[in-house]
Design a binder for this molecule. Sequence first.
Ligand code: PMP
Length: 430
Amino acid sequence: MIYKRSSALFAEAQRYIPGGVNSPVRAFKAVGGNPIFVKEAKGAYLYDEDGNKLIDYIASWGPLILGHAYEPVINAVIEKAKKGTSFGMPTEIETQLAELAVSMVPNIDKIRFVNSGTEACMSAVRLARGFTGRDKIIKFAGCYHGHSDSFLIQAGSGAVTFGSPNSPGVTQGTAKDTLLAQYNNLESVKALTAANKGGIAAVIIEPIAGNMGCIIPDERFIKGLRELCTQEGILLIFDEVMTGFRLAKGGAQEVLGIDADIVTFGKVIGGGLPVGAFAARDEIMGHLAPDGPVYQAGTLSGNPLAMSAGLAMLTELNNRPEIFSSLADKTKYLGEGLAQVLKDNNIPFQMNRFGSMISVHFTDEAVVDFETSAKGNNNTFKKYFHGMLKEGVYLPPSAFESYFLNDALSYQDLDDTIAALSNIAKDLKA
Ligand code: PMP
């Protein structure tokens, strides 16, 4: 593969944009080398600026569950754009998307649209604080909830990839209100609630984690967490920015059979345009301005282009729910195929998979939390990432990320991906 034009574009970008990128993980710092610049994409494939064709396992980090440039979504955006791109006034399509989302997701009465997953999680925490009258929150090491100050405490995803899970610029005052627990460890949460009795507004969790690779919650842990929150009057926030409208119509709440108090969304809900959302029962949402005192706003929130993409996307998923099981089947096929190749080549690994989320960790030990995820061999990961890229397979450029499969991927694509790993497997040992 040739990356001449991508490299030149990256050099140029670095002159004007910090690190040459507008979101850190894109820079390939964890794996080395220069990022690929995308020219266009269709279905399951990316076409880069050097004319390479790549099978895409990122799908814009999750949103493009139906594949790139999906016609009904694109057409909806084009038609909407002709009628104006933003009004800062109410439009009917906001209610249409809200009604559909509320009908698909269990246990929510109302939803508020924002512009990113970060905003959704930040606003959910403010709402939880306003509702409970308490200040502190509990998050889990290795979970990522966007880049607002309260969450950059042992954060996953790019924050940990770049070795700054606790970012400079977050004040001590803010940091002291975020308490840290261990994923899959209920005792660690109980210790914090006992030590801060009556002081904790919310526990926020990725119900299936995707930002330290894919990590599955133990049943006892997630059920126990729900019970503990109920007992202590703490709101349980499910950050479904990755899992929402990806694992099932009703997201992780549906597949795990657990009701959260507040749910946050991003990615799929915007159909590839910048949308996030947070939702809850009436009793909680009633505290939000203009009905209640908890302030939250946005000039471009509910933007007509973003709403039209989201509505086209959710309508399709609502009408064709078999997409979720079909994606899970494809993910299982891929996971088993890749695992077989690694086994045949005696390469130690863990393959974590849930629905259409999957990740490979090069370690002997089960990966169940941030600590075990961090034990993965990053040298092997780098060789794996670059080897697969040379074979035409685009994976997330960090071990602390999940892959996201999309409906446009064919079994031939999956076979080609497994064959790609066979071709490079011997190099992973060197
Ligand atoms: N929560 C989770 C679980 C995420 O994975 C992300 C982004 N990857 C966010 C929140 C933040 O979303 P955004 O990047 O849209 O701000």
